[in-house]
Design a protein around this ligand. Structure first.
Ligand SMILES: O=C(CO)[C@H](O)[C@H](O)COP(=O)(O)O
Length: 226
């Protein structure tokens, strides 16, 4: 994932979005270092009396929410009022996500929310998406999906684990192909094409889902409503 942004900028964005969580609501808890700041801030607010329930998007966000005392629910038990999640690249309201290989559950939770707030540092903002699109695939479909992605003009690369020999395995037991397409002229068309490839569980293009983008910096937070 892009690592250009400062932790102070990520913290500013995460904490500003966490501040908008209202009493008596259900919050989708995103994955990654920026969303982690939001989770810790929500935990502090719960500790101070906020009545909120979290729906995690990954093993990692579930663990962090537990450590921070946030009551949790599964998505089939509640409906999500607001989701707060990070991104690897942001172009207006379109995103590439999945740097943490959590984009399948993230998309289910973020898309189900009444409001989806993206939290990011300025290094994530761009005019046109070009970050390699993470594609979660069934292990048995790795080669056939890779061929289809090449036919769509992409360059698929199996994501490998840093601290073990072999591939990254998602929370759902699948593999990830990071697919470079260069500058993506039409994210909507590419998203539709990827979704129709047999064996693709989910891809990291989030097109038109964001309701607001909180961009933090050392000097404060700017909120865009795409
Ligand atoms: O999509 C994600 C995980 O699947 C993350 O939200 C994305 O990678 C951004 O992470 P960070 O806030 O650490 O830069």
């Amino acid at each position: 994932m892009k690592q250009g942004g400062s932790d102070a900028a990520k913290r500013a964005a995460g904490e500003a979005a966490a501040e908008t969580v209202e009493d008596g609501t259900v919050v989708g808890l995103g994955t990654g270092s920026t969303a982690a700041h939001a989770i810790r801030a929500i935990g502090r607010r719960v500790d101070a009396g906020l009545d909120a329930v979290g729906v995690p998007t990954s093993f990692q966000s579930r663990e962090l929410a537990r450590e921070n005392g946030i009551p949790l629910a599964d998505l089939d038990e509640v409906s999500v009022d607001v989701a707060i999640d990070g991104a690897d690249e942001v172009a207006g309201g379109d995103l590439v996500k999945g740097g943490g290989a959590a984009h399948a559950r993230e998309k289910v939770v973020d898309a189900s929310a009444d409001r989806f707030l993206v939290v990011a540092d300025p290094s994530k903002e761009t005019e046109a998406l070009s970050y390699p699109v993470p594609v979660e695939v069934l292990p048995a479909a790795r080669s056939t999906v890779a061929e289809r992605i090449e036919a769509l003009g992409g360059d698929p690369d199996l994501r490998r684990a840093e601290r073990k020999d072999g591939p990254v395995v998602t929370d759902n037991g699948n593999l990830v192909l990071d697919c470079a397409f260069g500058e993506i002229a039409d994210p909507g068309s590419l998203a539709t094409a990827l979704s129709t490839v047999p064996g693709v569980v989910e891809h990291g293009l989030f097109v038109g889902l964001a309701d607001a983008v909180y961009v933090g910096s050392e000097d404060g937070v700017t909120v865009h409503e795409p």
